[in-house]
Design a protein around this ligand. Structure first.
Ligand code: OOG
Ligand code: MG
Length: 261
């Protein structure tokens, strides 16, 4: 599909993204082949791909936020946040080396993740109601792999591409909300032992729970048990064979990702 085509359905856009993912061949932005692709249609494309994953046997894990921090917005050239779906197939265990064989051009970023105990009603969601609903907070590394060439996309493209989701590594320690002030939670990001970036929890929407309140309003209802990635705190770091990336947090401990040789 190379020419302008205003008649493509969300399922056809989903096919293009899935082919790029399966063949590890990045594609040109969807907005270029369908100038009318808007954000609403793009979320339909995301939904189609999510439903197909569930039909293939994966289970819903939760949600991810994207492009929330200024560092991420500047790095990606898109200044509005978005959300995506997380399924169990994305989970990668910290102890296992990550094989890059299935990715196109993977990157990783440090995040603060919530495990929700209770449902959050989007109609009334705010920082307080989100915090009350949290079971625990864990440190996370998110692996991203845009299905678009050179990680270049517009907001509708990256929405359709499920916010570039590729893998999620959750750290071992889970703390309750009362244990610390997550706005002030510091993170030091290291690549092969060298510090490459630093940030604090307030980088995402002023407060990670504010980012999740925004998400709850968008999705209408955040279910109990959901895992939510609250958004990359720093710019992402490229992954290559042998790369070791670790994120050390003030209270949450650390999470490490080792890439296979
Ligand atoms: C889009 C995904 C953004 C985040 O945490 O900001 C994201 C991208 O950067 O490719 O996951
Ligand atoms: Mg992220």
């Amino acid at each position: 599909m190379t020419s302008l085509d205003a008649s493509m359905t969300p399922a056809q856009f989903a096919d293009l993204l899935e082919t790029a993912e399966r063949d590890r061949r990045p594609m040109a932005p969807l907005a270029g082949i369908h100038t009318g692709l808007d954000v609403v249609t793009a979320y339909e494309v995301q939904r189609v791909r999510h439903d197909r994953r569930l039909a293939a046997g994966e289970t819903m894990l939760g949600y991810k936020l994207g492009l929330v921090s200024r560092a991420k917005q500047l790095a990606m050239g898109v200044s509005e946040p978005l959300w995506g779906h997380l399924t169990t197939g994305l989970l990668h265990f910290e102890e296992e080396p990550l094989d890059l064989g299935r990715f196109i051009h993977p990157r990783v970023e440090p995040e603060i993740a919530f495990v929700m105990a209770d449902e959050v009603d989007g109609a009334t969601a705010n920082v307080a109601s989100v915090q009350r609903a949290i079971a625990g907070i864990v440190p996370a590394l998110e692996v991203l792999d845009s299905r678009f060439q050179d990680f270049k996309f517009t907001l509708p493209d990256v929405v359709a591409d499920n916010a570039s989701a590729a893998a999620v590594v959750l750290g071992g320690r889970q703390l309750p909300v009362s244990a610390f002030d997550m706005q002030l939670e510091g993170v030091v990001l290291r690549r092969n032992g060298e510090v490459v970036d630093t940030a604090a929890g307030a980088a995402v929407a002023g407060h990670p729970a504010a980012a999740v309140a925004w998400l709850a309003r968008r999705v209408g209802r955040l279910p109990a048990g959901a895992v939510v990635l609250t958004g990359g705190l720093t710019a992402p770091v490229a992954l290559e064979a042998g790369t070791v990336v670790s994120a050390h947090y003030t209270h949450l401990g650390s999470v490490t990702l080792r890439v296979s040789q």
